[in-house]
Design a protein around this ligand. Structure first.
Ligand SMILES: Nc1ncnc2c1ncn2[C@@H]1O[C@H](COP(=O)(O)OP(=O)(O)OP(=O)(O)O)[C@@H](O)[C@H]1O
Ligand SMILES: [Mg+2]
Length: 571
């Protein structure tokens, strides 16, 4: 258990080092320099303070001449040093905070980039990713300031120890005895804290997934009382299990903190008692003892801080893991030729396996320029998987896919997905203007945007600057906006995966007629439509029927109707 704790601490330390080097190195170094200057000022301040107290004590014994000037001189020096300390303290603390912020900005950007470029098949569960971004990332970014803080604490211990030694070598030796006790408390608590904290993270992760389901299904939650009581009960169970995990984290956290506070108190007490003896025997001055009890804080607090922050390192381990899993997601390599015009796509005996499950089992399909295709088949047959494989969301483990008679992996992924555009059943409509929804930041001429909107059958928009509120659009309206977006960026092939199933049949017929027209005039290469509607077949040239991950029947619509004896194809 203990060795495991050490391994975690080392791991997090390595992460802190990488984050610091990448994002917060400069600000860390500046903060460290400011702190060292501050500590030297404090060193001098304490010595002056000691001199001042001893001077005041000497006034009690014999009336010194010019006492007013003596006190005034000390007062001015001490006030000047105090002001300097005050300024440096603000600056030093502020810079230390900035180290964490620099890391947060850097990590958050990296996090989003990593998600944006990750292989689609490798993405972690979606609801959980949001939790990682919202909660784990800010904890982890504290590590950007860890090395700077550690440096500051070490400097405090070193400079503070020299100061204590200068004030009183005997009292300094006494304070040293307490150090091993600190170490033992640290060892015991840190491992425990790391373990309870990991359990807490797991519970939090479950809760955030459950909560996401709750929010996404809020319509069902409202519409179905049974669903409401079921999901509420599940949420409540998860809240209370997270709460109980968090209680253990709090307990060990508090225990750890209070142990250090109490140890520090007892150190001061011991110093005062032994200092009292020394003063009585004339071996040290009152000024030294008072200055010592003040300054001992500067050695013990950093020891506590270091111990505590090493324990916190173990505690951060699960957070770092969860963030790092996203940061190290394998990116897609976007190398290769740019795909331009698409004349043909040929999939041959494609097998796709995910986690040992066969999703496509030797599927073959050909898409030629100038044609409109339908892909049909019962639910779970593999239609979506087949289309996603064409845009490399999945990689075939057997078989091949060729575009224009080249292995399709020869083309860069981004150009592949720009030219072969996949539209899912669930459209993504952004909270932005119509123009931004369609052009996505590209400077498309207005008439092109309008043309795409018309082609996609969008008849509910008056101005391109209209703000879109996705929650106020019908599913069919959203599907048409998504289609318009796809059309506006000059695609070569459209893969419509039930992407118009929320649109009524007449409107769909008009849209498909428009798309056919585009294909006929060679403005668009080809269209592949996954559909369960047999009426759609009157708009297509060729049909593939998929079953259990392979094509079981294909041909022209009439031919397929005749030879495939499938009830869902009867018009
Ligand atoms: N990421 C995945 N991991 C494991 N199995 C998957 C995954 N995605 C899909 N499947 C499974 O693969 C099979 C094919 O799924 P696919 O989504 O391609 O079917 P479909 O033909 O599009 O069905 P529908 O008409 O319902 O949309 C299904 O049995 C499904 O459960
Ligand atoms: Mg599907």
């Amino acid at each position: 258990m203990e060795a495991d704790g050490e391994r975690r601490v080392r791991y997090v330390l390595g992460f802190a080092y990488r984050v610091t080097r990448r994002y917060s190195l400069l600000v860390s170094l500046v903060a460290l320099v400011i702190w060292i200057v501050l500590l030297l000022v404090f060193f001098y301040y304490t010595l002056v303070m000691k001199g001042f107290i001893d001077y005041l004590v000497s006034l009690l014994q014999a009336t010194k001449a010019a006492w007013f000037h003596g006190i005034l001189r000390y007062a001015l020096i001490l006030l000047g040093l105090w002001a300097l300390k005050y300024g440096l303290n603000i600056l030093g603390e502020y810079l230390l905070r900035l180290t964490g912020l620099a890391a947060l900005e850097g990590l958050a950007t990296e996090f989003i980039r990593s998600l944006a470029w990750a292989r689609p098949s490798k993405l972690p569960e979606r609801g959980d990713i949001v939790g990682r971004f919202m909660s784990d990332l800010s904890r982890v970014s504290e590590l950007g300031g860890f090395l700077a803080s550690l440096g500051v604490q070490v400097a405090r211990i070193v400079i503070g120890s020299v100061l204590l030694y200068v004030l009183s070598p005997v009292l300094f030796a006494v304070t040293l005895i307490i150090v091993p006790i600190y170490y033992v408390v640290f060892r015991v608590s840190s491992g425990k804290l790391a373990i309870v904290s990991e359990r807490e993270r797991q519970a939090f992760s479950r809760l955030s997934m459950v909560f996401r389901e709750f929010v996404e299904g809020i319509l069902h939650v409202k519409a179905l009382p049974r669903m409401r009581s079921y999901l509420s009960a599940v949420s409540e169970r998860n809240i209370s299990s997270w709460g109980s995990r968090l209680r253990s984290v709090f307990f060990y956290d508090v225990f750890f903190n209070q142990s250090f506070n109490s140890l520090y108190d007892v150190v001061r007490l011991i110093v005062l008692i032994i200092g009292g003896f020394l003063v009585a025997r004339g071996e040290t001055t009152i000024g030294s003892v008072i200055a010592f009890t003040n300054a001992v804080y500067n050695v013990f607090e950093p020891i506590a801080n270091i111990s505590y922050s090493f324990a916190a390192l173990g505690e951060l381990y699960p957070y770092v893991k969860r963030v790092e899993e996203v940061l190290v997601l394998e990116p897609e390599h976007d190398t290769g030729e740019r795909l331009g015009r698409v004349n043909s796509i040929k999939a041959r005996d494609v097998v796709v396996e995910v986690d040992g499950r066969v999703l496509l089992n030797g599927a073959s399909l050909t898409v030629r320029r100038g044609n409109v295709y339908a892909v049909m088949g019962s639910t779970g047959a593999g239609k979506t998987t087949l289309l996603l494989t064409l845009i490399r969301f999945y990689e075939p483990s057997k078989g091949e896919i060729r575009i224009n008679d080249h292995d399709y992996r020869a083309y860069s992924v981004s150009s592949l997905r720009e030219k072969i555009v996949y539209l899912p059943q669930q459209p993504l409509v952004l909270r932005a203007s119509i123009r931004d929804n369609i052009a996505l930041g590209e400077s498309l001429p207005d008439d092109e945007v309008w043309r795409a909107l018309r082609l996609a059958g969008v008849d509910f928009v008056a101005s391109l600057d209209e703000a879109v509120d996705p929650s106020k659009l019908s599913d069919g309206q959203k599907q048409r906006l998504a289609l318009a977006r796809a059309l506006a960026h000059s695609p070569e092939v459209l893969l419509l995966d039930e992407a118009l199933n929320a649109v009524d049949e007449q409107t769909e017929a008009r849209i498909l007629a428009g798309l056919r027209n585009e294909v006929a005039s060679d403005r668009l290469g080809a269209v592949v439509i996954v559909t369960h509607r047999s009426a759609t077949l009157s708009h297509v040239d060729y049909v593939y029927v998929l079953e259990n991950g392979r094509v079981v029947c294909d041909g022209e619509p009439r031919e397929v109707l005749r030879k495939c004896n499938r009830t869902e194809l009867q018009v």
